[in-house]
Design a protein around this ligand. Structure first.
Ligand code: AMP
Length: 525
């Protein structure tokens, strides 16, 4: 597809349906009233905000940092930033003052947009860091950003950009160490959106069209890039939820065809009796990612709804990397099976290899570090040239930090994060392997295994187990069963029962918190 400029907005705009008065976003106001936006509304309102940003006379490459609650207006601000060729920097609404201080100090944005409630402390931090403009944006279409934008023209031509120009900086979720700003270009985002358009068989309006249920946050790659770009590049409307509500999402399914969620959202919907085969009958595709989907959840969803969840794998630095097939994949002998517990094949255009500690490529089936290459791979970490250089191997391969394998059929399985690997007495223990055995045991809903310091072994495993409703699994019995099944160096030294695992807002288990919690366990004399 040829676009007049590589500005991502131009490409998205080119896909809008011819009839701009059709609905693009079905949303609701805070009091529940329906609030719909046409394609023309998206174009004009984002033009007003773009003109406001341009009137500020900001330098080229300015960053626009945004920490607001999810709303359609926050999406318009994103589109406006793209139109102007500035760099969008979304921030999780859960971040507190010390974190915002770090992000604003690091990224030195020219513009900061925050909620009206947080204006006092956010503006103080921003002005101290040299930011010249702080606007507010509330969830009820209130705040200074829209007040000012309302006075601006609704006509705007997107600024020309090349594919290598920056579009966004996403700070990595930072479940370990300091969060790093991943710099993504217009080309990274557009190439990925176009690949997914084909690979997931999005239906254009002429083919009957798709409707996406958008219930994810938009400060993260999943909701912003996979969700929003997926719908817009296909001219597909979205049913928009500012926050996830299992019942409301199930009730929207008869009007929709595609849903994207993190595994936790699937678990929550399965807890609702309203989730039935009939409720999901109109849907075409359920997609899961951002964290591993338990095989149990995959199977339960299939049984309850008749749909096979399509699991995919990606990260802030690379957007989407792998996906289970939607249809038969001719690159892999026409295989079309979505396999639970795997993340499928590398997407077209993405090269993936599994390497050993010395960086040599491993044969199929062997576990090692996952490296990738392709037009989707980011430009580097903001202001961290050395860190960036360390994360790339010779030949431009990006070290994902994930450990996994690719089997002879081409399916990739993620075994865990490299940093989660436990080295006990010199032996490698992959937590995912141990967790999968524990998860099979009666009474266990899920588990997490982490390494903690140990004087003799360097590290040993500790398991945290979440029981199924009404069950009381016995930690001693779990350890005893593992000892019958696995090499002893893999068996956790201790097992604890907890009501839930600590998770971040994208559903990822925060193993760093568990490691911290149990750090002293074997160090005490
Ligand atoms: P983020 O940059 O916050 O999107 O986090 C990316 C990380 O999430 C990846 O490096 C993986 O460790 C993990 N991840 C994403 N999708 C999956 C998946 N389907 N299965 C397992 N881990 C995943």
């Amino acid at each position: 597809m040829q676009f007049p400029s590589q500005n991502l907005y131009s490409a998205l705009r080119a896909a809008f349906p011819a009839d701009l008065d059709q609905t693009a976003v079905y949303a609701s106001a805070c009091d529940g009233r329906p609030l719909n936006y046409s394609w023309r509304d998206l174009d004009r309102a984002s033009a007003c905000i773009a003109n406001l940003l341009l009137s500020l006379d900001l330098p080229e490459g300015s960053r626009v940092a945004v920490q607001v609650e999810k709303s359609v207006e926050a999406l318009l601000l994103y589109l406006a930033t793209l139109r102007c060729g500035f760099i969008f920097l979304p921030l999780n609404t859960a971040y507190q003052q010390a974190e915002i201080d770090y992000f604003i100090g690091d990224a030195t944005p020219a513009v900061v947009v925050c909620t009206p409630e947080h204006f006092g402390w956010v503006s103080k931090i921003a002005f101290k860091a040299g930011t010249r403009h702080v606007f507010t944006l509330g969830q009820e279409r209130n705040g200074s950003l829209l007040e000012r934008a309302a006075h601006c023209s609704d006509a705007h031509t997107p600024v020309r950009r090349t594919k290598d120009d920056l579009a966004c900086i996403l700070y990595t979720s930072g479940t370990t160490g300091r969060s790093k700003g991943a710099m993504l270009t217009h080309g990274n985002l557009l190439s990925n959106a176009l690949v997914l358009k084909d690979y997931w068989g999005w239906r254009t309006p002429e083919q009957g069209g798709d409707v996406l249920i958008h219930a994810l946050p938009i400060y993260h790659a999943h909701g912003l890039f996979v969700g929003v770009h997926g719908a817009l590049i296909n001219g597909s409307p979205m049913i928009w939820f500012n926050r996830f509500d299992a019942r409301a999402v199930i009730a929207a399914m008869p009007r929709a065809s595609v849903f994207m969620g993190v595994p936790t959202l699937y678990v929550r919907m399965l807890a609702e009796p309203a989730l039935t085969r009939e409720a999901a009958a109109h849907m075409r595709l359920f997609i899961s990612g951002s964290a591993p989907l338990l095989v149990d959840t995959f199977a339960a969803w299939q049984q309850r709804t008749g749909h096979t969840i399509l699991e995919r794998y990606g990260m802030s630095e690379t957007v989407m990397l792998c996906s289970n097939p939607y249809a038969r994949d001719v690159r892999h002998g026409g295989q079309g099976e979505r396999r639970g517990g795997t993340v499928g094949f590398p997407l077209p255009g993405v090269e993936l290899r599994v390497v050993d500690d010395a960086g040599a490529a491993l044969p199929a089936g062997e576990i090692g570090a996952i490296q990738v290459r392709g037009p989707n791979v980011f430009k580097g970490y903001w202001h961290m040239p050395e860190k960036t250089a360390q994360e790339f191997a010779e030949g431009g391969w990006f070290k994902t930090g994930d450990v996994g394998q690719q089997d002879a059929r081409g399916y990739v399985t993620i075994v865990g994060r490299g940093k989660d690997l436990i080295i006990s007495g010199g032996f490698n223990v992959y937590p995912a392997e141990v967790e999968s055995w524990i998860n099979e045991m009666p009474g266990v809903a899920e588990s997490a295994v982490v390494g903690v310091p140990h004087a003799d072994f360097g590290e040993v495993g500790v398991a945290v187990v979440v029981p199924r409703a009404g069950a009381k699994p016995d930690p001693e019995a779990i350890i005893a069963r593992l000892r019958d099944t696995l090499a002893h160096f893999k068996v956790p030294r201790r097992c604890f029962v907890a009501s839930e695992l600590p998770r971040n807002s994208m559903g990822k288990v925060q193993k760093n918190l568990l490691r911290e919690q149990y750090r002293e366990l074997f160090l005490k004399a």
